[in-house]
Design a protein around this ligand. Sequence first.
Ligand SMILES: *Cc1c(COP(=O)(O)O)cnc(C)c1O
Length: 431
Amino acid sequence: MEKYRIDLPVDEIPTHWYNILADLPEPLSPPYDPDNGKRLELLKQVIPSEPLRLEFSTERFVKIPEEVLERYLQVGRPTPLVRAKRFEEYLNAPVKIYLKMEGYTYTGSHKINSALAWVYYALKDGAKFVTTETGAGQWGSAVALAAALFKVKAYVFMVRASYYAKPLRRYLMQMYGADVNPSPSDLTEFGRKLLRENPNHPGSLGIAITESAEYALKNGGKYVVGSVINADIMFKTIAGLEAKKQMELIGEDPDVMIGVVGGGSNWGGAFYSFIGDELRSGKVRRRYIAVGALEVPKVTKGVYKYDDPDTGRVLPQLKMYTIGADFIPPPIYAGGLRYHAVAPTLSYLMSKGYVEGRDYDQEAVFKMAQIFAQVEGYVPAPETAHVLPVVKEIADEARRTGERKVILISFSGHGLLDLSNYADVLGFEKA
Ligand SMILES: *Cc1c(COP(=O)(O)O)cnc(C)c1O
């Protein structure tokens, strides 16, 4: 019988994270500090020391601490690999589609994979609490969950506009006991200054990052980073390492890998261990596709150069595909895809032609998400749904050529807290 759901036994959960730096054909361009070391110094003080060390390490495999592994199991790992059999039927093409289901975790996305590691390492440094920023709230809720499971307080700086407009994930964070503050907030000097200028300041991710760093620095906490940097992506490779074992269990080898890119940790977490094997063998033969939102077109129109990772310009610059740290994205609902740049490691792979970029607009994506929900019964997150148009293109091509394709998709999260956004775009009557 063909397998439509592939589970990894609990005791076969990977015990090590994978580090792509071990297999890149050349060293990655290092961070650059335009402020003579000030930004690097800040980074050293506010982020936990072990992730900072791992950021520059070239060890291929890094042992996952027992305390983290145990909590991975608790929150739903290993996640299943599910074959989208009915979506295949809908596409009516010689394709097999496998979904790595990160939405099966407690907070509903891949973000918990690194949040647990960050909080663990922050506590090892003796942090009194952790801080982080969040836009729509996916990263914030993962950190809130991780902090709850490690019995430490999380201070989350949530972009003020989202704090009021998107309360569901805020409620989730509050349920977990996190201290959620609309950013700009009155907890920091930077926030108070902005509020004096404009009491209704809508905030931005960049401002929230600056506030998180300031609050951690001044009050004995540690700041945890949700994407983009190597260490964060390394922590997220648990998903891809599981998927690799699951594909091996059924004797399948994917031809095409597809994932969406916010900062790049979903993509890298799912596929770095696959592309790393190919880099090591000297030949990359699979197709790797990174998908973004047309409204934030960094994967198709970004420029590969040094840029600020944050709008507050307090963190060291990184070499990456970027549409500019000042780019103000239109208010799209896939909040996780609004970031202006692509992780340095993924940018490097794109620059070498190993990874293709694709962008799709919200309207097209949401319509396909609805079709997907109706045939598969699963509501994808708006971010995740951005993979669907390219899957259709590949299916159309396979139908024309008759060539069979096995597609592996990082299905980064579920959309059950995003239904109001779907209702807006798809025109359902609202309360
Ligand atoms: C945050 C998020 C993304 C994008 O994440 P990155 O790891 O920053 O690329 C994709 N999908 C979902 C469901 C998300 O919550």
